[in-house]
Design a binder for this molecule. Sequence first.
Ligand SMILES: Cc1ncc(COP(=O)(O)O)c(C=O)c1O
Length: 394
Amino acid sequence: MTATADVHTELACQRSAFSLPHGLHYLNCAYMAPLPVVAEQAGVEGVRRKRDPTSISARDFYESGLEARRRFAALVNAEGAERIALLPGAAYGVAIAARNLSASVGQNLVVTHEQFPGNVYAWRRVAAESGAQVRVVAPPPGGPGRGRAWNERLLDAIDASTAVVAVPHVHWTDGTRFDLVEIGVRCREVGAALVVDATQSVGALPFDVRRIQPDALIVATYKWLLGPYSYGLGYFSSRFDGGTPLEETWIGREDSEDFQHLVDYRDSYQPGAWRYDVSEYSNFALLPMVVASLELLEEWRPERIQAYCAALVEAPLHEAADLGFTVEEPEWRGAHLFGLRMPPGLDLVGLRNALGRRNVVASLRGSALRLSPNVYNDAADLEALLEGLREALK
Ligand SMILES: Cc1ncc(COP(=O)(O)O)c(C=O)c1O
């Protein structure tokens, strides 16, 4: 493996970089990614390190954090490490955005239908406290053109009274893709802030901060970033410089590196978005795992992962369509995350059992089967899925 892999060459299956049990057809990265071997090793090493506290120096409180910031900034094409805050999960990042964006009576906060709750409750609080309204944008009924039409509805919902647009890049239930470049343009036209929870895409789908220009971009690490649970990364634009963090940490203050003088209390913070870092972000076990996984993604590249998933699912999805299942057009969904809608009358319990018998793991969400492959999947996984679909139709 080299860090300089050509981004234009096709990515091969990376199952050997993981420790997935033999015979498991895991199509559920949207639930949780399996941990890559290198990240597991980094975590174990990190846990062991605390056997001897003298092995952890003052510099260690900052260095892995800086590396994670740099790598994440590069992954999403952000200006630099100063824009990246280290978080304990996605909802924490959304809460930072909500605390620092204002709304008032007569204004609205735009979210999508059935959005992940961690990017909804904070806005409901803002609405309750300010008198603004949460505007939920529903999709049209299923059928051809649903993704495009949902995007159009979303753009139409953003108006001169919109204070915040808080949306995902792909919808967590069925992978519907939102055109964030267009949404960003619309937000800037009307002066609304754009807050993106891209936990279900960053890592497997390219995200370009400089093109999209979100005000905040929040990503939990345990799905498509292939990292540990209980960590997250957030990009905060300069709009948030000078804002109020959720916690007043010692490490977030200017010159905190000078441990001898921590009680020379400072009013000034660390630069950029670092004031928003969670307490104890230096977590000596989790952070090395985050870094190890980001390093892998740097080699694999989101565009190649997306292409890998697209190539993997293309023929099986044609076959599923022949069986009567439907799926969103590729342009309006992730190749790494999408919902397979059932033919009328299909017995969901039967489907669940047929998949279970073949060790195929995916999520049933309402009347759709949510499939979320990644680089460890291969043709055998999709064949096992198709066998399960065929059996459920019998
Ligand atoms: C879109 C999205 N955001 C965030 C999360 C996780 O949020 P948190 O890190 O706050 O638990 C999930 C988990 O399923 C998700 O699907």
